[in-house]
Design a binder for this molecule. Structure first.
Ligand SMILES: Nc1nc2c(c(=O)[nH]1)N[C@H]1C(S)=C(S)[C@@H](COP(=O)(O)OP(=O)(O)OC[C@H]3O[C@@H](n4cnc5c(N)ncnc54)[C@H](O)[C@@H]3O)O[C@H]1N2
Ligand code: MOO
Length: 404
């Protein structure tokens, strides 16, 4: 049964749920999705501290200080970072203080070393303006009890640092969905095997493993199977600990397009077996015991688009992301797209900023088997169904791809 792309996406998204949580050492958490909302058990900074190497004093005493009329203070203490000042600042006194050290009791300002002249324990303040501003107040960035990082946040470098500030050495993150990858086709061989007539190397599993990782999943290579129902079924059954099962090849109508038969044999309920889009029209989806099966086309560029449109949003949801879709913007065609479009079409493209416009150019080699078109792309042009050939200057919708 053939369905529209939006319906296929909805069917899959409705069937999957977010993965359970696991604790992971913070240093391993980059790009994981936070599985808990983290509140602060402290104010941060946890004490009033100095942002400068200088002298702490009562700010009001030094506001008039200039190089011609310095204010003289007597040093009573030295406070390094990590110190715990015990001496109280009173009129006419100061403590030498280092960046990050706690402000001593009684002090209301700090003057940097460069604006002082020191002679023994006598300190001349040459410029006292702004002394009161040179204090980082307790709780300036975070207050105790504040919800600082929300569940579902992607752990980037800033979040890593913040979780460390909050003492989260082993935060809960969502477990990565495990995605079994199987290449089917009697012509497909492992990439380190010698080539023979009629054979090609399995590029799909490698391409998809990158797409799986980028969508927050963990790829599990199950190798390849020839065009044989039992062989494919056996490989699929060998990975019972996987959450999603992705095959490539055998998705169309040829004599050896067996994935539908494999699903029957395994008791996988078919959800759809064609989606109205190009490339990637032949694509099956099925479900068994809550686990999703995706049968992608063997054609590399078609498999990539099917995965991008159907597999990626599903994995993004499973891995705990709040947003499953990539950003879409408007661009202006810098070269024509000469084909008529029946079903909705995705075209590999490169886009760039030119003055106030985003210009976009379809990749030259757009064949379904051609990885070159995907390789050079940083965007996909979305061409609506039933579109005529598109001229230079036409405004088109583009999906921004992540890392190109
Ligand atoms: N009579 C029809 N023939 C075809 C139709 C159709 O509607 N009627 N659709 C065409 C379209 S469009 C596509 S897309 C393909 C889809 O075919 P399959 O999904 O069954 O894929 P295969 O035939 O197994 O392989 C297609 C192509 O890709 C190569 N391939 C397969 N696996 C890999 C791999 N792991 N790494 C690299 N390349 C791979 C394979 O050798 C074929 O050349 O069907 C059209 N035919
Ligand atoms: O539909 Mo095929 O999927 O054009 O590549």
């Amino acid at each position: 049964m053939s369905v529209k792309l939006e319906i296929a996406q909805e069917i899959l998204l409705n069937l999957v749920t977010v993965m359970p949580k696991e604790r992971v050492a913070l240093q391993e958490c980059w790009h994981r999705i936070l599985g808990e909302t983290v509140s602060s058990d402290i104010d941060f900074p946890p004490f009033d501290r100095s942002p400068l190497d200088g002298y702490a004093m009562i700010a009001e005493e030094v506001t008039t200080a200039t190089p011609e009329n310095p204010v003289m203070l007597k040093q009573i203490d030295y406070i390094p970072a990590g110190g715990n000042p015990s001496k109280t600042i009173s009129a006419g006194t100061t403590s030498r203080i280092m960046t990050g050290a706690p402000i001593p009791p009684g002090a209301t300002g700090v003057i940097r070393l460069e604006d002082t002249i020191v002679n023994g324990d006598s300190v001349s303040i040459l410029d006292g303006s702004g002394a009161g501003k040179n204090i980082c107040l307790q709780g300036d960035e975070i207050f105790q009890g504040e919800e600082v990082v929300a569940q579902g946040t992607i752990i980037n470098a800033g979040v890593m640092g913040m979780l460390a500030v909050l003492g989260k050495s082993q935060p809960y993150v969502f477990r990565k969905p495990r995605v079994a990858l199987i290449a089917t086709g009697s012509e497909i061989i492992p990439i380190d095997f010698p080539l023979a007539p009629g054979k090609i190397r399995n590029s799909n599993s490698y391409m998809l493993s990158a797409q799986v990782a980028e969508a927050g999943g963990q790829a599990v290579f199950l190798g390849n199977a020839s065009d044989n129902i039992d062989e494919i079924a056996h490989l699929l059954e060998s990975a019972s600990d996987c959450d999603v099962f992705v095959t490539t090849g055998g998705a169309s109508v040829g004599d050896y397009d067996l994935i539908g038969e494999v699903y029957k044999k395994l008791g996988v309920t078919l959800l759809f077996d064609r989606v109205s889009m190009k490339p990637g029209m032949p694509v099956l989806a099925g479900v068994r015991d809550g686990k999703l099966f995706l049968g992608l086309s063997g054609n590399p560029a078609a498999a990539a688009i099917s995965f991008e449109q159907l597999g990626r949003p599903m994995l993004m949801k499973m891995s705990g992301r709040k947003v499953w879709w990539r950003p879409r913007i408007k661009g202006i065609l810098a070269s024509p797209f000469k084909k008529k479009t029946g079903d909705k079409r995705f075209v590999w493209a490169r886009c760039w900023q030119a003055d106030t416009d985003i210009l976009v150019e379809p990749s030259r080699a757009q064949g379904n088997g051609m990885l070159k078109s995907a390789m050079a792309a940083n965007a996909l042009i979305v061409i609506p169904e039933n579109s005529p050939p598109l001229m230079v200057g036409t405004e088109v919708e583009i999906i921004l791809l992540a890392d190109a």
